[in-house]
Design a protein around this ligand. Sequence first.
Ligand SMILES: *Cc1c(COP(=O)(O)O)cnc(C)c1O
Length: 370
Amino acid sequence: MATIPFNDLRTQYLAHQQEFNAAALRVLDSGWYILGKETAAFEAEFATYLGAAGCAGVNSGTDAIHLALRALGVGPGDEVITVAHTAVATVAAIRMAGATPVLVDIDPVTYTMSPAALEEAINPMTRAVIPVHLYGHPADLAAIEAVVRPRGIWLIEDCAQAHGASIDGRKVGTFGDLACFSFYPTKNLGALGDGGAVTGMDPDLIGKVRLLREYGWSAKARYVSQVEGVNSRLDELQAALLRVKLKHLDTDNDLRRELAAYYGALLPEQVVKPTERLHCRHVYHLYVVRVPERDRVRAALEAEGVGTAIHYPVPIHRQPAYEDNRAITTHRLTQTELAANEIVSLPLYPGLTEAGVKTVAAALERALAA
Ligand SMILES: *Cc1c(COP(=O)(O)O)cnc(C)c1O
């Protein structure tokens, strides 16, 4: 019986082993390990890839969101609207900045922020909105911008799952006042450790993030804090490895899209498959479907050696850490709660083969028929 793991990072390393090893040795041999040439080169290359004016490497995607909020002056007393159907990191970062997360419902087709729900949640304390390009599908930024721009509310994109996704050919990470990426190893552009970045179209704002990521020091005056900052730096080793990964990002995303299309052709009718909205390029960070009797189906897949996961099983407002109004909901999150009960993520990553997809699809068909 063929076993299909939910993910396989080692195969992704082995696919470009020589390049990764050479990059790592170059850094080890350089004698310079934090914020040097590799980080500067990666920042420039990633900004160019996106079509952004600037990029600041930081320690994680969570830090990227935290520092983007701080660079925009968002903090205690401010409300920041995002979704409950996201990685907890999005909400943890809002709390790190001292602001209050307000969670709104999602669109049931793309699983991204509902612009109508966003509009209902806005009040005079709303300072920023963080749509998440969840699973690799762009949020409806045109509708969201129509809500936030006239009101002077900051727009921060959470691009942690959407490296290379685009709307009308323009990459996500270039729409918001600032945008945030994670390079956690499983992401479409993943390091071999932790990493993150803030990107944007305003070099001054990127400069603010650069100050904040290292104690408020400027390049000209080290050891003198201009503003109160933190330590959140992208290290040279991860930057060098990310430069290798970036070269292969488009090929990897194309492969993800091919595997997704293959799933789409093979999966039985009862399975609700992901949709790609018109003008959007989905990069399938995750291939998330809805099935009846989800938990039974998952167990049956597991018994056949097929790994699955749920992203995410408990909406954030239902998690113990965020009760007691640490995260606010103003309306019922009906679509969020429905999704949490029905979704399952199937294996999809560069390194998975068409034969692997076939195996998963056949196992799913058997599970549904049982
Ligand atoms: C992974 C992720 C983050 C956080 O990134 P880390 O690098 O793990 O801190 C934030 N938002 C979303 C949607 C993510 O998937």
